[in-house]
Ligand binder design. Structure first.
Ligand SMILES: Cc1cc2nc3c(=O)[nH]c(=O)nc-3n(C[C@H](O)[C@H](O)[C@H](O)COP(=O)(O)O)c2cc1C
Length: 403
């Protein structure tokens, strides 16, 4: 499996004359970071905002500008650029350029390339909110959508022109998701997926708590994978320092009981539930409103058992696909099989927490997937993003959940 769905993908990035053009520098860097090759075409307006030299350095490639700038005109740049790319991303796209696309004009290099292309085209408008809301711009956006171009809706908020409203270039993560989704089968489209992630914290007093070493990385990778495959994702997360993927509904919880309440509240509306959180099995039986003081004597801590969220879901499940995780330090396959049956799961993902570069906090994982149909799939040592994708591959083999 390649490192990322973007590895080796050739992206043509069109940059127009918007105040948001500087954000295209980050887009260029980020696309390269996830393995894509980037060719930048800057409109004459775009070049007034960011020097093509900057894009040349960031993309490590030749930057294209005017239609007639090319010394090697016999190569017919607009046709070759259109042919040689897997996707065209226009970010930021100005009202002017969107108008050109909508009316089929080809009076600059970018619009000629777009007209000559048969690869997917993603357009990210960025402009003053009145320009964006104007019927002309809206009609142009509707028109390019009928050509099959994907329009990423702009954000609302304060703008450089000191107005507020829709028209801001979306967050980098939203743009990258839109690009990545083009290359990933949307087999979770229409599915609602609940994922739990991270540890829980069980308070003992106002400053102390019982917790575990879960970083949340595996659960967040699952949320991202489900989103990239077109799913509607709810992420119930214990305390962790990770940034949630864009466009995921995040419910932050602290204790096992809070996680139980949040999961049970959403459970019935879900098609797939992946319980990846490392929920504390126990909590301090007493919670002190004041900080516990030491008085020289040992302290015996009494622990109360927490509700078993996975087992409760197993009892209540109907059409849903229920996936559990088991972090085991010994006899991990035996324990996995036992939990799969005992908790009425459809799948269990077992990891050996004693393994090297696997389990808590690491960026990689090596898991074995067991299913109710008896499949046993041992995955290689993979990044958590790849592991997440492989888990959803197996969910799809089981039927994808829902009616
Ligand atoms: C300071 C400044 C900021 C601008 N910002 C935007 C913008 O965010 N969005 C937009 O559609 N046009 C913006 N414009 C207007 C475009 O630059 C202008 O319409 C230009 O013709 C766009 O050409 P292009 O689409 O070929 O780059 C701005 C102009 C100036 C001078």
């Amino acid at each position: 499996m390649p490192e990322s769905s973007m590895t080796g993908k050739r992206i043509l990035l069109g940059v127009c004359g918007s105040i948001a053009a500087y954000k295209a520098c980050d887009i260029t860097r980020s696309l390269r970071k996830i393995g894509a090759e980037v060719t930048v075409v800057v409109t004459s307006g775009g070049a007034r905002f960011v020097s093509p030299l900057t894009f040349a350095a960031l993309s490590a490639a030749k930057v294209y500008g005017g239609m007639f700038d090319e010394q090697d005109a016999h190569t017919i740049p607009h046709i070759n650029l259109a042919r040689d790319h897997d996707l065209i991303l226009v970010a930021p796209a100005t009202a002017q350029t969107i108008g050109r696309f909508a009316s089929g004009m080809a009076d600059d290099l970018l619009s000629a390339v777009v007209l000559a292309a048969d690869c997917p085209i993603v357009v990210c408008p960025a402009m003053n909110s009145k320009m964006f809301s104007h019927p002309a711009t809206q009609a142009n956006l509707e028109k390019i959508a009928t050509f099959g171009y994907q329009v990423v809706q702009p954000d609302s908020g304060p703008m450089a022109c000191k107005e507020e409203g829709p028209g801001r270039l979306p967050e980098l993560a939203v743009i990258l998701n839109a690009v990545e989704q083009v290359f990933i089968p949307q087999d979770l489209a229409g599915k609602r997926i609940l994922i739990t992630a991270g540890p829980t914290e069980e308070p003992l007093d106002p400053v102390r708590f019982l917790s575990n070493r879960s970083s949340g990385k595996m659960g967040y990778a699952l949320a991202r994978a489900a989103l990239l495959r077109g799913g509607e994702v709810v992420l119930v997360s214990g305390p962790c320092s990770l940034e949630a993927p864009a466009n995921v509904e995040v419910i932050q919880v602290r204790t096992a009981q809070e996680m139980y309440d949040a999961v049970l509240c959403h459970f019935e509306a879900m098609d797939i539930i992946v319980k990846c959180a490392a929920v504390s099995d126990f909590r301090p039986a007493q919670y002190g409103l004041e900080k516990l003081k030491k008085d020289g004597a040992d302290l015996l801590l009494e622990l109360a058992v927490n509700p078993d969220i996975l087992a409760t879901l197993g009892e209540r499940k109907k059409e849903q696909i229920l996936v559990g995780f088991a972090a085991e330090s010994e006899n991990h396959l035996g324990e996995g099989k036992r939990k799969l049956a005992a908790k009425n799961l459809d799948m269990i993902v077992v990891n050996d927490i004693k393994g090297e570069a696997t389990g808590f906090q690491s960026d990689t994982n090596r898991v074995t997937i067991l299913t109710r149909k008896g499949a046993v799939k041992e995955l290689a040592l993979l990044s958590k993003d790849q592991t997440a994708m492989a888990i959803f591959d197996e969910v799809m083999v089981l039927g994808g959940g829902g009616a």
